[in-house]
Design a protein around this ligand. Sequence first.
Ligand SMILES: *Cc1c(COP(=O)(O)O)cnc(C)c1O
Length: 380
Amino acid sequence: MSVFDFIGEELQEIRDLGLFRKFRTIEGGVGSKVLIDGRELVNFCSNDYLGLSSNQSIIDKTLSILKKYGVGAGASRLVSGNFKVHEELESMISRLEGAKAAIVFPSGYMANLGTIQALVGEGDAVIIDRLDHASIVDGARLSGAKLLVYPHKDVGSLANVLEKAKEYRRRLVVSDHVFSMDGDIAPVKELEELAKQYDAMLMLDVAHSTGVIDTHFGEETITMGTLSKAAGSLGGFVAGSSDLIDFLRNRARSFIYTTGLPPAIAAAALASMDIIYTDSSYKQALWNNVYYLKKGLLSLGLDIGGSETQIIPVMIGDAKKAVEASELLFENGLLLSAIRPPTVPKGTSRLRLTVTASHSKSDIDLLLKNLKPVKENYIV
Ligand SMILES: *Cc1c(COP(=O)(O)O)cnc(C)c1O
């Protein structure tokens, strides 16, 4: 008997349910290719949507800042870790989002945690879509506010929830803009109208939208995003009014009590955001691939849920079958992940495909060819 016995027991439970997670080790590769166990695979589960993480001009700019300022920021932003490049990045983000100001966190996860916690607390209500990202759920729980959940994109139910939430001091509605597991898009107009009608704050998480679709919302809407997906770097951000950003700088615990982003990483993000908003060719290449892949998936008769973007679920259902399918694809040179509970609701396990600007037509053809037997053998 040991106080740690529960760990072994819970691990066994996780394994029995087919939910055990383990690493795959990436040994190399750029763009759409990864090297694993000495084998080159086509990567269909990267969030590097525009291929900017290996963009040469971004790498060069990053290196020059790295040489100038060293590897780490050395302290939190409010102590001595605030470099000029952090401020340039924030002013770039605010301009691009059409907001008055912006603040950069070390990650998107931390941006959600800190922002939700700063905006609401005990006596308030935080209202989220059932399929919102885990970082929104965690931020909502940590805040101490009453957590209310409405069915996915169901604005009728949201209106009812908001009606009941009138008794709380403040209300905050948070939704993914592009949903991370389903690739569908939130009903922004309706959310903004309801927020206005019920005197609620609204925050939209554009983690999967930046560089992919437009992220300009109404003036009152708070934009939260990440620099680690299409921007190919690392970091999270919030854009909004000057007061909001001043407030977060003073109240967001995940901003205050952590070291600032390495200046070189901020420089990388700055260079990426510049490309995203001045050169539409990457976005165009991405969307060409989205259309080409979706056409192929639909002609195979696969169920891709409500996907409207570069995130495309291929619905399987059973968790173990989803894992077996991803292993078969792996054997055939394709890397894509099986997404299982608790990331998605029970019985909706799936292969989650993400297509990027880096994929070639032959990458996509290889995927389609190998999904044919998946449909025949793993989807009942
Ligand atoms: C990935 C993601 C985050 C977290 O961003 P990181 O920068 O990776 O921490 C937040 N929200 C959504 C919807 C995401 O998909």
